[in-house]
Design a protein around this ligand. Structure first.
Ligand SMILES: [Zn+2]
Ligand SMILES: [Zn+2]
Length: 141
């Protein structure tokens, strides 16, 4: 299993040092990790960006990995990636694989969240770098 530098730990920021997974306890998903900086948090609230907790970075399971291995419903650490690292993982491990909207939404970083994290303050007039500048918008309704 190679996690390496593509999957930096969301607790301590180091790569390849910690194993983070998801455990099911009393019917609820809870994070588990051997990271020294590990702290318990609620997936439900972690998934929502707020002013006090802008980052939605949290361990999530890679759906394409599970589908590929026929392992839907299994809780294995090797399918768990930090949501901020998921796009990199998808490009590397599942090039060309279409993902469901729900799965995409689970790791997508909203414009609000970027703003709260201070990523989108610069160059508001510009539409970003040429070529890849169009932000993908997913509307549910
Ligand atoms: Zn760590
Ligand atoms: Zn995967």
């Amino acid at each position: 299993m190679k996690v390496g530098k593509d999957n930096p730990c969301g607790f301590c920021g180091h790569s390849g040092t910690c194993t983070t997974g998801i455990a099911k306890r009393n019917g609820t998903d809870t994070p588990s990790s051997n990271c020294p900086n590990f702290y318990k948090f609620s997936f439900k609230s972690a998934a929502i960006s707020t002013a006090s907790g802008p980052s939605t970075n949290r361990p999530i399971a890679c759906l394409p990995c599970k589908i590929r291995d026929g392992a839907l419903g299994l809780y294995k650490d090797e399918y768990i990636f930090w949501s901020y690292n998921m796009p990199t993982h998808l490009v590397k491990e599942h090039p060309g694989v279409a993902v469901t909207e729900a799965f995409h939404d689970s790791y997508a970083v909203s414009a609000d969240e970027r703003e709260r994290l201070g990523f989108s303050n610069s160059q508001k007039r510009k539409r970003g770098p040429s070529g890849g500048g169009s932000a993908k918008r997913v509307h549910v309704s």
